[in-house]
Write a protein that binds this ligand. Structure first.
Ligand code: GTB
Length: 222
């Protein structure tokens, strides 16, 4: 099934990740690619994100948003769930398996992502504080606690619960936020899990699309 009009998502005009696909539009692009739904992208500057027109779509002035006909959604998890519920391929048909896949979506966003974001935010915004050095091991420890648990649960499986689902998609994007930290490398089965996600053709298409935004910007303003 395809939506009648291509949905429109928003993304950073200048992503601070410089095309590494770490911002949260990546997970929405990837979900749309997995189900074969064409989409359009409206790029926003940081100031546009805080103006009334965008705040009407996203109360917190953030990306991504999703517009499809008269439906407007914000929150990347809600957007991915909406896509998964309206197309085959990202959620199992069996109702119990479906509920478990949705539980993994929440686990990615609600249990695994927070300590990863806390660590990243501290490094970005608090590195000059006197207490930064003292706090850092604690923040990294919280990330490692979650990865220990996730790694134990994943074991030798390819995906978190049977076939690839929106739960895996979100978990891969969350774990990718540890890119460059060296932490994920201590968990070979989680590194392989991320690599398996990144090897999916839909992931590659989504990654290339967001990278093209950065590449176009760099060639316009070298
Ligand atoms: N809970 C919301 C969701 O899941 O949709 C969170 C959305 C969110 O945090 N959006 C960020 C944003 O718009 C972009 S993704 N921030 C601007 C603002 O709040 O003013 C977060 C992000 C940003 C940059 C990198 N990076 O450079 O690596 C990674 C992730």
């Amino acid at each position: 099934m395809s939506f009648l009009m291509a949905p429109i998502i928003t993304a950073f005009e200048r992503s601070p990740d410089r095309g590494r696909g770490l911002a949260r539009d990546m997970r929405v692009r990837w979900a749309l690619e997995e189900v074969g739904q064409p989409y359009e992208v409206r790029l926003l500057s940081f100031s546009e994100m805080k103006q009334p027109a965008h705040l009407a779509l996203q109360p917190f002035g953030q990306i991504p948003t999703y517009e499809e006909g008269d439906l407007v959604l914000f929150e990347s998890g809600a957007i991915v769930l909406h896509i998964a519920e309206h197309h085959p391929g990202l959620l199992p048909d069996d109702m119990n398996a479906r509920a478990r896949a949705i539980a993994w979506m929440f686990a990615a966003l609600n249990t695994v992502e927070p300590p990863i974001v806390d660590r990243g935010t501290a490094r970005l915004l608090e590195a000059d504080k006197t207490w930064f050095g003292e706090r850092q091991p604690m923040l990294e420890g919280r990330v490692r606690d979650r990865l220990d648990e996730l790694s134990r649960r994943l074991g030798g499986a390819d995906w978190l619960d049977g076939a690839f689902s929106a739960g895996d998609l979100l978990m891969v994007t969350v774990l990718r936020r540890l890119d460059g930290s060296g932490i994920l490398e201590d968990y070979p089965n989680l590194s392989d899990f991320v690599a398996r996600g990144e090897a999916r053709p839909a992931y590659t298409r989504a990654f290339e699309a967001q990278l093209a935004v950065f590449t176009a910007l760099s060639s316009a303003h070298p």
